[in-house]
Design a protein. Structure first.
Length: 250
């Protein structure tokens, strides 16, 4: 659960009313609160869900950890290995290819990983890469025709490439940017058909009080909250995985 409080004094509201109004002040405050909530959720999308007393969104570090023997969704993956996701350390798991993810090894490592996470036509269809891995894959495909995918999440404005491997076609998304919490030297492999963002319909970036908000009985002001409630869920871990480098320098 998450909520962003908004509080305006009546003086602030009255100073910006009528024909001289510059901006609808309450609407602008709500817009800013929604943006702040979205930024907080972006941080939590990569988290292990332990912040704020455990009320944080259980992110990718919980769902697809480096060591998949944690407790997820109340299930102990150590004693229930069928619920373990896949994990590869570049520094040790590809001795015949190399110990670094660079232009000479990126395609071979991806082909190996994707081949191990495929069954028939089922495979991870979304690949989320840190800037280091994105740059390596980009360099690996520089000499051939790179395929930019303008469909999928690419149509939403994300920077994407298309990966074609032994299991089919997947979309590669760049996971960097200012303030991004994407771990360095990491790639997440996600099967979107078994990964869901579930939310309460009454708490999907909605205001908690009707109208502009509530007026405290002891203040000449208006109070409002913008809230969200939900969780990331996974129903089949077999087609999810994480590729990381425990020692990028070697």
């Amino acid at each position: 659960m998450a909520a962003v409080p908004i509080s305006l004094t009546m003086e602030e509201i009255l100073n910006n009313e009528g024909p001289n109004q510059i901006l609808p002040v309450m609407r602008e405050y709500i817009r800013a609160a929604e943006e702040g909530l979205a930024q907080g959720m972006e941080v939590s999308l990569f988290s292990d869900g332990t912040a704020f007393g455990g009320k944080e969104l259980g992110g990718l570090d919980l769902a697809i950890p480096e060591t998949p023997t944690n407790v997820y969704g109340g299930i102990d993956r150590n004693t229930n290995p069928i619920w373990q996701t896949n994990s590869w350390d570049i520094d040790s798991d590809f001795p015949t290819i190399g110990t670094q993810f660079d232009a000479t090894t990126a395609k071979a490592i991806l082909d190996t990983v994707m081949g191990e996470m495929s069954r028939g036509t089922r495979h991870p269809d979304l690949i989320l890469m840190s800037p280091q891995h994105w740059n390596a894959f980009n360099a690996a495909t520089m000499s051939i025709q790179r395929i930019q995918n303008e469909n999928g999440v690419g149509r939403l404005g994300f920077r994407t490439l298309e990966y074609v491997g032994p299991s089919g076609v997947s979309e590669i998304v760049w996971g960097g940017g200012r303030g991004s919490q994407m771990p360095d030297d990491t790639t997440f492999f996600i099967d979107t058909s078994s990964f869901r963002m579930r939310y309460n319909p009454d708490r999907n970036f909605d205001t908690l009080f009707d109208g502009d908000g509530q007026k405290p009985i002891n203040q000449d002001a208006i109070a409002q909250f913008v809230g969200w409630m939900g969780e990331l869920t996974m129903v089949n871990p077999a087609f999810h995985g994480r590729l990381y480098d425990s020692d990028p320098s070697s």
